[in-house]
Write a protein that binds this ligand. Structure first.
Ligand code: DGL
Length: 281
């Protein structure tokens, strides 16, 4: 749809490379149950964390196009890797051509905004995918807002596969969880707050807690991202009016329906969800 034509009204689109964005969707539905949502997981091509900038950008743009076709006026990239590698280009290059009246937002900025009130030592750690860490998006965003905060990152390339393969509670997960926490705290022993900068990681929270000293605050981003979206919709009534409110939620995956249904139920702690399989190109 081009500028000047009909303004679309429809569900809020929520996108992730796989299941991780369900931890964000869950918080949206808790805090804003009245809206309609479409969740899209690119499960067939997950993980994104080890892929190049070009590939993550291409895949994410395909997902945004699909959610626009499905009438979403607003799309949230509920994936740190996609937010780090694709969001800016989509906002600056693609959105003006696709439909300048719609919006695509990410999860890194809202998480960076909350950190100023949470750290006492002004030393913050980030655990995230290799892509997010290498992009330097968290240090850049945090320094823009809080120049006195020292930000140290640690890439955890095995954590998403552990979650996607439902191995996050297994004894085998201990090794990889402990290893990266130890590395992070060795790099900066003054860290008092650690951001889980990947939407898959809340599933590893119980394991992570076992290996992090109790004085360190662990920040899972779901609540902050949901508060930020609520605030955005309050400040943008013209967009709020375009987000439909029948309290529905549709699930789309690029993988098989059966596989998504089984795993997504674990993430959402609910017995049955109905899923549609789609392709992205
Ligand atoms: N949930 C994605 C994130 O927040 C995981 C990325 C991946 O697919 O590796 O970064």
């Amino acid at each position: 749809m081009k500028n000047g034509e009909l303004l679309h009204t429809g569900p809020i689109g929520v996108f992730d490379s796989g299941y991780g964005g369900l931890t964000i969707l869950e918080k949206f539905r808790e805090q804003m149950p009245e809206y309609d949502y479409i969740y899209l997981g690119d499960n067939a091509r997950t993980p994104y964390g080890t892929r190049s900038f070009e590939v993550v950008y291409e895949f994410t743009l395909q997902a945004v196009r699909k959610l626009f076709e499905l009438d979403c006026p607003l799309v949230i990239l509920a994936c740190n890797t996609a937010s780090a590698k694709a969001l800016r280009s989509i906002q600056q290059i693609n959105l003006p051509q696709l439909d300048a009246s719609r919006r695509v937002l990410g999860v890194i900025r809202p998480t960076a905004e909350c950190i100023g009130q949470l750290t006492q030592s002004s030393h913050v750690g980030i655990l995230a995918t290799t892509g997010t860490i290498h992009s330097e998006s968290y240090p850049l965003e945090i320094r823009k807002l809080f120049p006195n905060i020292t930000v140290t990152g640690e890439a955890c390339p095995m954590w998403v596969p552990l979650v996607e393969n439902n191995e996050f509670n297994s004894p085998g997960a201990d090794y990889f969880v402990q290893k990266h926490i130890k590395n992070l705290l060795q790099k900066d022993p003054l860290i008092d707050s650690i951001i889980l900068g990947c939407t898959h990681y809340p599933l590893l929270l119980e394991k992570i807690k076992q290996f992090i000293p109790s004085h360190i605050r662990i920040i899972a981003q779901g609540d902050y991202v949901a508060q930020s979206l609520q605030d955005y919709l309050r400040r943008h009534p013209e967009m709020n009016e375009r987000c439909s409110t029948n309290g529905t939620c549709r699930f789309l995956t690029t993988e098989s329906k059966a596989k998504f249904e089984e795993s997504a139920s674990i993430f959402l702690r609910q017995d049955q969800i109905k899923v549609e399989s789609i392709s992205l190109e």
